[in-house]
Design a protein around this ligand. Sequence first.
Ligand SMILES: *Cc1c(COP(=O)(O)O)cnc(C)c1O
Length: 358
Amino acid sequence: MSSYPLLKINTKAIRYNLKAILQKLNQWKLRPVAITKGFCADLPLVRLFLEEGITCFGDSNPSNLLKIKRFFSCKNDLQLYLIRLPMNSEIQLIIDNNLIPFVSNIETLKSLNYIAHKEAKIQKVILAIEGGDAREGFLEEELLNDFDFNTLKHIDIIGLGTTLACLNGVLPDLEIVNQLVNLKKQLERKLNRELILSVGGTTFLELWERNPLPEGIDEIRMGEAFLFGHDMSRKEAFSWLSQDTFEISAEIVEIKKKQPLWKKARGFDAFGESSTSLLDGGKKKRALLAIGKQDIDENQLYPKDKNVTIVGATSNYLVLDLSKSSRDYKVGDKLNFRAGYGAVLRAFLSPYVSKIYL
Ligand SMILES: *Cc1c(COP(=O)(O)O)cnc(C)c1O
């Protein structure tokens, strides 16, 4: 028997997305990197990615990468990217476990070099490059100045990585791509070695659908396209992928007709926000569900019953307006929602949500 709230993971739909995307990347000669931070690198999903031929995984938390390594260490072509810039306290662990970090400053490279030297190892890294979204990454002038990266004898720079549409929603275009490819070429000359160019996330996928692209991009790191068949940076679903990948079910614990005292003075809600829900529409039939902000992001939950709308959420309740639905809901009924990235991420992190693989 399942307990609620429940996250249902539709492995068939996810496998479908994987196959469809990998087929295209193969044509475009792009290597896929699966980003696992959206599902805490939960092992059944990681196994599914491996079965479909993915060998490189990226996550923003080392503990998730170590979990993958522990369970799938038999795969000797496994590569693990730490895609969040490392903290100093993580450097020993990175070197001990052969994780490949994205690095955006010389200080971190020197620390990695120092510990790698002590351990008599060569540490692989990817240089994070600022591509225009003003999140993480080296600036171009920092890479092309006279700092000699080759003096870091225990650092093996395998490539450049850039990420767009994460903080400021800057979308990749041909101009940005050309600049990145040029930077790669200049740096290859400076370091006197070949580099890979790694781009992400899902926002980049659309480029190849529209444009013949320059040679020189080697791999694409994605989570959202595989998991949701969707591109949040454009708020668009990919028509050739499935969006029915994750569903959340939660149980009704109260149904009553209610209306807030809308003529009274109003402060802020439990999270310090001013409420946006309409107050003066008369009494509405509302349901409270036993699931809340601790378990999901209510802005990325989509009720399967199209006549039901989400009024709001507190830490442990989700409040719905049932007044337009013809169904006769009762306390104890379960409601189903399609769940987007933010909702699924929190559900995986919440110990209160059960998970089931279908
Ligand atoms: C999250 C992340 C990705 C994947 O982004 P999606 O939009 O989920 O495809 C890729 N690269 C980096 C550095 C990230 O942080």
